[in-house]
Design a protein around this ligand. Sequence first.
Ligand SMILES: Cc1cc2nc3c(=O)[nH]c(=O)nc-3n(C[C@H](O)[C@H](O)[C@H](O)COP(=O)(O)OP(=O)(O)OC[C@H]3O[C@@H](n4cnc5c(N)ncnc54)[C@H](O)[C@@H]3O)c2cc1C
Length: 394
Amino acid sequence: MEVVMSNPNKETFFSEEHEMFRQSVRAFIAKEMVPYVEEWEEAELFPRELYKKFAEEDLLGLTYDEKWGGLGLDYWYSVVLIEELVRSECAGANMSLMVQTDMATPVIHAVGSDEQKELFLKPAIAGDKIAALGVSEPNAGSDVFSTRTNAVKDGDDLIINGSKTFITNGTRADFITLLARTNPDDKAGHGAFSMITFPTDTKGYTVGRKLKKMGNLASDTAEIFFEDCRVPKRYILGQEGMGFYYLMQHFQRERLVAGISGVAASQYQLGQALKYGRERKAFGKNLTRYQVWSHKFAELSTEIEAGRRLTYHACDLFNRDIECVREVSMAKLFCGELANKVIDRCLQFHGGWGYMNEYPVSRAFRDIRLLTIGGGTSEVMKEIISKLEGYSAS
Ligand SMILES: Cc1cc2nc3c(=O)[nH]c(=O)nc-3n(C[C@H](O)[C@H](O)[C@H](O)COP(=O)(O)OP(=O)(O)OC[C@H]3O[C@@H](n4cnc5c(N)ncnc54)[C@H](O)[C@@H]3O)c2cc1C
């Protein structure tokens, strides 16, 4: 039995065109990613050409304006892409590609100048330039307000000093969508920050360590440093002093990636476990014949369905440009935690083989762990929700 991501006949959000797109993305991933995953995991990097291959299939700018090389499609096409990427079983490459499409470029598309779109967005959509998002710092992860990297005005330029860490695509990014403090005055509050398009061939920019990780191995995660880096002031995105607000707004898209991936990975891994259980015998019968497991799977698939509904609701609001911080935060929280629960049970179901690296469930277990951490931790999601719901008001 083929386990589907969801039953397309029951979905109201996906049209026939979306489903045709799904089939073509699925075939593309099966051809261009699946056969190479072991190699990329071993090398702890995938080839740069993969960005170009994605671009040739028009997959790097699905929702972006045609003027910049995008397709101008609705957000549900991105949802399909994110869901299908799970089938590559290479969360590292998926994450790098999603940084390119859904994390580092949305703010450029939304508020960038034509020059910034020409220089950064267009080549990112074309797969010619690799993008990174530079927000986290050694002492400012969840607490973005503590960002220390600063950009000081000098005539028509900015002089940037500081460092960032945990930067996906960090070893080979051609540009960084960077958050920096542009106003040293503490009284400026959240208005002290700007987002800046930063070309990595700028003098004074260096890449530090490529960090060793427990999962998502095929992606590069690095420390980066800025020492008296001079860039034109016009590289500030949108309005100066609005960086913090732009970031919070565009975090919604990043967090939806986590919610959608969490549901899709849960569904996919449950399907893989069932395939295993139909072959594996213990005490004379297939594992799936034990009610303890069939009931566990029934329970988990009910939770996956709940997660999918919550996530699709958030996607629907996002697609219609309706304020959705509450729903997106809930989707990220629920689905990140759920995926960890599902993969833990799937690994258990594989017994000792689940613990062996030769079984993909072992890699998925390590990869999925990131979903409650990256792009805002579960605790931060709870903070946001409790504030919005008024639970933390005194
Ligand atoms: C593989 C990977 C890739 C990443 N890629 C990028 C990237 O491309 N660009 C980028 O900018 N960043 C990236 N990050 C960073 C990521 O966004 C941060 O790791 C995340 O936001 C958490 O920040 P932190 O690691 O500094 O943890 P901390 O903020 O130090 O948190 C430590 C713990 O304290 C908890 N905590 C923090 N605040 C509160 C609170 N108010 N109440 C209760 N608990 C709290 C957290 O939930 C966590 O459990 C990446 C991280 C990883 C692991």
